[in-house]
Design a protein around this ligand. Structure first.
Ligand SMILES: Nc1ncnc2c1ncn2[C@@H]1O[C@H](COP(=O)(O)OP(=O)(O)OP(=O)(O)O)[C@@H](O)[C@H]1O
Length: 293
C-alpha cells in the first residue's frame, strides 16, 4: 500500500473515532451522574458491588444503568438475570436490556452468540469497541450510570476515563487483606492522576457475622483497609460482610439486595446507595475535567 493511501486510511479512522466520541458525548449528556467502579485487583467483588449498588439505587426510585466494561470477563448480565439475551438496535440506537430490578444493562456478553465465545482483543480493538458502544447505546435519561471496570489500570479504565470526561467520580472496591491494599492503591493513584474524584472505598468481605451467636469474625484481618485509608486519605463508604447466600443470588440472577433485603450485607449496600446519592447531590457537577494523561 502506498504511503499516501496509508495516510488517508489513518485520517479516515481518526475522523471516525472523533465522530464516535462526539456521538458518545451527546448520548451520555442525558445521564446525570456517571460513576466508575474499579479495584485494580480481580475477584474482590467489584461486579457484585456494582450490580447491587445499581439495584439499591433503582429500588429507591432512581433510573439506573450499568455498563459492563469488562469485555473479557463480563459478569453483570448474569447478576441481573439477563445472561443469554441479546441487545438489538432500534431507531434510536442500541437498546440496553432491562434486568431484574429495572436496571438497564449493556455488556459485550449481550452481543456474543454463545457463552463459549471469547473476545480475543488487544488494546486498540478494545478501545475502539468501547468507543463505538458508547456512541451507539440509547440509554434514555438516567440518574446514574455505573461503569463496572475490569481489574487493573489498563486499556478499558483509561478509555472510559478519557471518553467520559464529565465522570462524577469513582468507587474503589477492596478487601481487608494487605495484598489487596497494595494493588488497590494503584487504582487510587490511577484516579488521582486522571483527576477523577474519589467518592470512597467499599470494603468488601470485611467480616463474617456468625448467624448463631452474632460474633464478628475478621477472616481477612482488618489491617489492609486501615492502611489503605491512612496512606491514600480516601474514606471508607461501606463495610460489606461475607454472606454465603451472595453466590447463590448471583447464580439465580437476582441482585442480593432484592433477594435478601433484610440481611446485614443488603442493609450496608442500601446505606451505601444513600451515601453515594447524598455525596453526589452535594458536590458540584463536573464539566469535563478528567485529564488525558
Ligand atoms: N461479600 C461477599 N460475600 C460472599 N461472596 C462474595 C462477596 N462479594 C463477592 N462475592 C463472590 O465473590 C465472587 C467474585 O465476585 P465478583 O465477580 O463480583 O468479583 P470481581 O472483582 O468483579 O471479579 P473480576 O476480577 O473477575 O472482575 C463471586 O462469586 C461473588 O458472588
Amino acid at each position: 500500500m502506498s504511503s499516501e493511501k496509508e495516510r488517508e486510511l489513518k485520517l479516515q479512522a481518526l475522523r471516525k473515532a472523533r465522530e464516535q466520541e462526539e456521538q458518545a458525548r451527546k448520548r451520555l449528556s442525558q445521564i446525570k451522574y456517571k460513576l466508575i467502579v474499579l479495584s485494580g485487583k480481580g475477584g474482590v467483588g467489584k461486579s457484585f458491588i456494582t450490580a447491587n449498588l445499581a439495584a439499591a439505587l433503582a429500588s429507591k426510585g432512581f433510573e439506573v444503568g450499568v455498563l459492563d466494561a469488562d469485555v473479557h470477563g463480563p459478569s453483570i448480565p448474569k447478576m441481573f438475570g439477563v445472561h443469554g439475551q441479546a441487545m438489538y438496535a432500534g431507531p434510536a440506537g442500541l437498546l440496553p436490556i432491562v434486568g431484574v430490578g429495572g436496571v438497564r444493562v449493556v455488556s459485550a456478553d449481550l452481543m456474543l452468540p454463545d457463552e463459549e465465545t471469547a473476545l480475543i482483543w488487544r488494546g486498540p480493538l478494545k478501545t475502539g469497541f468501547i468507543r463505538e458502544l458508547l456512541s451507539m447505546v440509547a440509554w434514555s435519561p438516567l440518574d446514574f450510570l455505573l461503569v463496572d471496570l475490569p481489574p487493573g489500570t489498563g486499556d478499558e479504565p483509561l478509555t472510559i476515563a478519557q471518553l467520559i470526561k464529565d465522570l462524577s467520580g469513582a468507587i474503589v472496591v477492596t478487601t481487608p487483606s494487605d495484598l489487596t491494599r497494595i494493588i488497590v492503591k494503584k487504582a487510587i493513584t490511577f484516579c488521582k492522576q486522571l483527576n477523577v474524584s474519589l467518592l470512597g472505598i467499599v470494603n468488601n468481605m470485611s467480616h463474617f457475622t456468625c448467624p448463631v451467636c452474632g460474633t464478628r469474625h475478621y477472616i481477612f484481618g482488618q489491617a489492609g483497609t486501615s492502611r489503605l485509608v491512612e496512606e491514600t486519605g480516601v474514606r471508607v463508604l461501606a463495610d460489606i460482610p461475607i454472606d454465603p447466600r451472595i453466590n447463590e443470588s448471583v447464580e439465580n440472577g437476582v441482585p442480593f439486595v432484592l433477594a435478601y433485603p433484610e440481611s446485614e450485607a443488603s442493609r450496608s449496600l442500601l446505606d451505601l446507595a444513600d451515601k453515594v446519592a447524598e455525596i453526589l447531590k452535594a458536590s458540584p457537577r463536573p464539566k469535563g475535567e478528567t485529564s488525558s494523561l
